[in-house]
Each structure stands twice: as structure tokens, then as C-alpha cells.
Design a binder for this molecule. Structure first.
Ligand code: ADP
Ligand code: MN
Ligand code: MN
Ligand code: MN
Length: 332
């Protein structure tokens, strides 16, 4: 029997791209091939020359439709088959390839906020919930909103074969997190995008929207990040490479921070478990540092580091490319 392939791609919306998708019916024996779309409707082409190319880069079972149906993540190409300017995966794949012998891997903690009627899920109309404190990893209907969506999303990620490694309710009411990894780039970013798409799509069925805005509620409410955990083989085996990586990130702090998601300065204020975006710091167990060395890593004297700066709305291809480039060139 023929199957449905949901072709998913990243558009050209600024400053934060959106995910788009459309369905193709494919004969049973065929793999998902090259396809196209109207780039003038996605901020990726002018109307007079609107065709853009979709090239599949990651295919997995479609856990929503089931059966033989598939999800097909694509990169966007120009019609001469070179990467479209909005295609950040191509550069990520190139850097990952260059430093593959160092075996870099990432675990990305994707935070996000559910929205209903224009406010975070569970928030009272025209007011505020009680102050932060009981919501992080909470239980009970006075603290927790949207768990049914989270459970459906987690099951879907597992059925799709993604490397989802956990979920938790976050500090702000209505905010949650899932983690993908540890996996090598660019695959880790492919999986984050598929997981984001599944989240938006599944929340649709609950009449709930999802935002990855890094600071959905101004004021004394936590923002949403995408803490990016990173190691190379050498870092997993010893302490000196951990310090080399932390120091290397400090030499390129501005390059990193300006590519870690739109509105990073709204979130990295120095409050709410963040380091100010203007100052680079690292430390063992320090959730107020730009880069944290987890306490267990400090004890074992080997392991990984956590770059706490990336926003929830970051592009994981760009973030992982920069970290590999900066750290692996210093470790070479
Ligand atoms: P936090 O305590 O900051 O909330 P989480 O448990 O949410 O941490 O996320 C930690 C992430 O780090 C997970 O995705 C995990 O897979 C990943 N991770 C674990 N070990 C490594 C490693 N050696 N290299 C890279 N990532 C790792
Ligand atoms: Mn976490
Ligand atoms: Mn978190
Ligand atoms: Mn974290």
C-alpha cells in the first residue's frame, strides 16, 4: 500500500524561523525523494522565482498516523542544488565532519511554554498565578498544566525512534522541558526539530499552542532556554580537555551569544538562573554561570559541560556548529 510522508522543513521567517510541512503520498516500494515548495509563501523566495527544493535528511516512522507513514525532515536547497541561505544544516554537517574523529556529542534541553487564549496554560485570565516555587517538577492539578500533552508527545518521540532522554515541568507555570541526546551533530539537531514539530502538532489536538519564545512573560518569571550539553571523547576521558573547552568558549563569547537565538538579552539578565549575556563565566555546579560543569563531572574529573546560554528559540544546527568549531579547534 502507498504511504503518507510528511515533509517537514525550516522556513525563512525572521528573526526566528517557523516549521512548515506538507504531505506526499508515496508508492510502497519507494523511499522519500526530492520534492519542492513555493518559497514565496515561506519568506524563502521572491514570487517571480519561487521554487525551492526539499532534500530529505532524516526519515523516521510517523507516530501520529502510524502504519507505514513517515516523517521526513528536509533541508532546503536552491534549484541549482546548493544550500538555500536559510539552510544552516549544511554548515553544521561540514564542521561535524571536519571534527568527527573527536567524537563530539550533544544533549539539548528544549524548554517551551504552552499557550491557551494568549496566556500560559493554567494562568488565570487577567491576572497571575502564585509566585514561582512549587511548579518545577511539581505534581497536582494546582501546580501542573498540560501533562496529558507532554505524555502524548513523549510517547510519540519514543515511537519515532528519537533519542529523547527525559522530560520535566519547569519553574514557570505552564512551562516544560524535554531533552534529546546525547547524539552526534547534525543528527541531534535533526531530532530536536522533529521533536519540536511533534510538539506543535500534538498540542494542536488539545487546542493548545506552543511557544519557544525565550521570555514569554516579562518580569519575575523564568525564561525558556535550550541548555546545550557537550562532550568530545577526550572530555569524556579527562579533566584538562573540559577546562580547554570552557576557556575556548570564553574567547568567542560574543560570536556565540549573538547566534544563540533572538532575544537572548531578554532572557540572560543575570537573574532566574542565568548569567548576564555581557559576561562569560564557567564553574562547577554553578547555575548562575554561562557554562556549568556538572558536580558529578567535577567529582569524576571527566564527562561533559553545559552551555546554559542558548535560548529555547535557538537554531540547534548553528549552536552545535559553533560549539564544535570553537572547542574542537582548541582541542585539536
Ligand atoms: P539539567 O540537570 O541541566 O536539567 P538534564 O538532565 O535536563 O540536565 O539534561 C542533561 C542532558 O545532557 C541530557 O540530554 C543528557 O543526555 C546529556 N548528556 C549526558 N551525558 C552527556 C555527555 N557526555 N555529553 C553530552 N551530553 C550529555
Ligand atoms: Mn534539564
Ligand atoms: Mn530546564
Ligand atoms: Mn540544564
Amino acid at each position: 500500500m502507498a504511504y503518507r510522508a510528511e515533509y517537514i522543513w525550516i522556513d525563512g521567517t525572521e528573526p526566528t524561523p517557523l516549521l512548515r510541512s506538507k504531505t506526499k503520498i508515496i508508492e510502497d516500494a519507494e523511499a522519500p525523494g526530492i520534492w519542492g515548495f513555493d518559497g514565496s509563501s515561506t519568506n524563502q523566495a521572491p514570487g517571480k522565482n519561487s521554487d525551492c527544493v526539499l532534500r530529505p535528511v532524516f526519515v523516521c516512522p510517523d507516530p501520529i498516523r502510524g502504519g507505514g507513514d513517515k516523517l521526513v525532515l528536509c533541508e532546503v536547497l536552491l534549484t541549482d542544488m546548493t544550500p538555500h541561505p536559510t539552510n544552516t544544516r549544511a554548515a553544521c554537517a561540514e564542521v561535524a565532519e571536519k571534527y568527527a574523529t573527536q567524537e563530539p556529542i550533544f544533549g539539548i534541553e528544549q524548554e517551551y511554554t504552552f499557550l491557551k487564549e494568549g496566556r500560559p496554560l493554567g494562568w488565570p485570565a487577567g491576572g497571575y498565578p502564585g509566585p514561582q516555587g512549587p511548579y518545577y517538577c511539581g505534581v497536582g492539578s494546582d501546580e501542573i498544566w498540560g501533562r496529558d500533552i507532554v505524555e502524548a508527545h513523549t510517547t510519540a518521540c519514543m515511537k519515532a525512534g528519537l533519542h529523547i532522554s527525559g522530560t520535566n515541568a519547569e519553574v514557570m507555570m505552564g512551562q516544560w522541558e524535554f531533552q534529546i541526546g546525547p547524539v552526534a551533530p547534525p543528527l541531534v539537531a535533526d531530532e530536536v526539530y522533529i521533536a519540536r514539530w511533534l510538539l506543535y502538532r500534538i498540542a494542536e489536538d488539545f487546542d493548545v499552542a506552543v511557544t519557544i519564545d525565550p521570555k514569554p512573560m516579562p518580569g519575575d518569571w523564568n525564561g525558556a532556554g535550550a541548555h546545550t550539553n557537550f562532550s568530545t571523547k577526550a572530555m569524556r576521558e579527562g579533566w584538562d580537555p573540559i577546562i580547554t573547552a570552557c576557556e575556548a568558549l570564553g574567547t568567542k563569547a560574543e560570536l556565540h551569544i549573538t547566534n544563540y537565538g533572538a532575544g537572548v538579552e531578554r532572557r540572560l539578565t543575570g537573574l532566574h538562573e542565568t548569567a548576564p549575556w555581557t559576561e562569560y563565566s564557567y564553574g562547577v555546579s554553578d547555575r548562575g554561570a554561562s557554562v556549568r560543569i556538572p558536580w558529578q563531572v567535577g567529582v569524576d574529573k571527566k564527562g561533559y559541560i553545559e552551555d546554559r546560554r542558548p535560548n529555547s528559540n535557538c537554531d540547534p544546527y548553528t549552536v552545535t556548529r559553533l560549539i564544535v568549531d570553537t572547542c574542537c579547534s582548541a582541542l585539536d
